[in-house]
Design a protein around this ligand. Structure first.
Ligand code: PHE
Length: 386
């Protein structure tokens, strides 16, 4: 009798063990909850990107859950810190897919990290929606990969239009991070458009990932006397680069893309970026009531004004919600199809469709650095860049 009982217990223990070992690519929900993943960098070199995004995401999740969830189920957010590293992005994706069994995942911010993670989600048939990765190749990974922001061909082109038409520059220089797809992509798109508009790119200099000394590149650029310098890099590098230009008495404006946006930018750069410009996804000073309401709610929860990363983080949750509701079912394939046909989504970063390439077309807000303020100069629409 005791032997039989022991056998039953051993069998039970084995059953539990093997159930735990198997692939847990679950349906992404249980009775009460729907599992949604998030992978962003809240530590490391680009920590403010992930922190702001996560804050925006959590605000939206809180609002949605309070209002009854998605089709009656509460959102359970499963988040990983990718520590500003591409391989951590891949690890997080594998975990979200095989261990957590999320229904859909949101992330990453940096294109390089999205590019490392996307093949995993594609392989497991899990829709991935990036709030803010702008490199064109991200969504080309496969039919399960989406984004809700504009792309770098547009962003780089818009910066060239701005340099040429607004700043009236004829000669531009470029300083890029040669090891980052975001940086080199943006640099190439800027260069092509600036030339097409009749401008000349007098210098194109590169640095390696992790560099902190930009003396040689800055000296080379200075020798060519450009009227504007395009720096398509992330905020930590931008601050160091700006200081080096000013140390060598190069006073022309620097120009960049969304990667500049961080509350760490001005504290690190000091006055070196005064009067410089960058393009971004929204303006905190927009008087659209939807934006105002979001800015107020965010300020009340976190005590600071939301960056565009926070705004995109907030929007991406509502896009996922709309996708699941449109699918009418907690089914990944149906959600993928619903996301692929999403029309006229009305978010705080604008009204947009998800097109046949799973991308969004949106205007860019050109901002000027004035003290601590990112002052809106003007919006550039996609039509102006074609
Ligand atoms: N667009 C950047 C990238 O693709 C990420 C980013 C988005 C950074 C928005 C700041 C603000 O790498």
């Amino acid at each position: 009798m005791r032997k039989a009982l022991a056998l039953v217990l051993v069998c039970l223990a084995l059953a539990v063990f093997f159930a735990g070992c198997g692939s847990k690519i679950g349906p992404g929900y249980d009775e009460k909850e729907v599992y949604i993943g998030l992978f962003v960098s809240t530590s490391g070199e680009i920590a403010t990107f992930g922190t702001d995004t996560k804050n925006g995401v959590e605000l939206a999740v809180e609002e949605i859950n309070k209002a009854g969830g998605i089709n009656g189920k509460q959102i359970k957010l499963i988040a990983y810190d990718t520590a500003s590293k591409a391989d951590e992005g891949k690890t997080a994706a594998t975990k979200l897919a095989t261990q957590d069994g999320v229904l859909v995942s949101m992330g990453a911010v940096a294109s390089g990290i999205s590019l490392a993670a996307a093949p995993e989600f594609q392989k497991y048939g899990i829709p991935m929606v990036s709030p803010s990765s702008t490199n064109p190749t991200v969504t080309q990974v496969g039919d399960h990969i989406f984004r809700i922001c504009y792309l770098d061909d547009f962003q780089g082109g818009a910066c060239a239009v701005f340099a040429s038409k607004d700043l009236k520059a004829k000669k531009a220089a470029i300083l890029q991070n040669q090891d980052d797809a975001y940086s080199t992509g943006l640099a190439d798109f800027f260069e092509a458009k600036f030339k097409a508009l009749g401008g000349e790119v007098v210098a194109k200099e590169s640095y390696k990932k992790g560099a902190s000394d930009f003396k040689t590149q800055v000296t080379n650029i200075k020798g060519k006397s450009p009227e504007v310098i395009f720096v398509p890099c992330y905020y930590n590098d931008v601050a160091l680069i700006a200081k080096e230009f000013r140390a060598q008495d190069v006073t022309v404006p620097l120009l960049g893309g969304d990667g500049w946006e961080s509350d760490k930018l001005i504290p690190s750069a000091g006055s070196a970026l005064e009067g410089s410009y960058f393009g971004n996804h929204y303006s905190q000073e927009d008087d659209n009531p939807k934006v105002k309401k979001f800015v107020e709610a965010y300020k009340a929860k976190y005590g600071n004004v939301p960056s565009s990363l926070a705004a995109l983080g907030y929007d991406v949750v509502y896009v996922v919600k709309e996708g699941i509701e449109k699918a009418g079912d907690f089914d990944r394939k149906k959600i993928r199809d619903a996301l692929a046909g999403l029309k006229a989504f009305d978010g705080v970063t604008g009204k947009f469709d998800i097109d046949e390439n799973r991308d969004a077309r949106k205007p860019i807000s050109m901002l000027k650095i004035e003290g601590e303020r990112f002052a809106p100069v003007r919006q550039i629409k996609p039509e102006e860049v074609q």
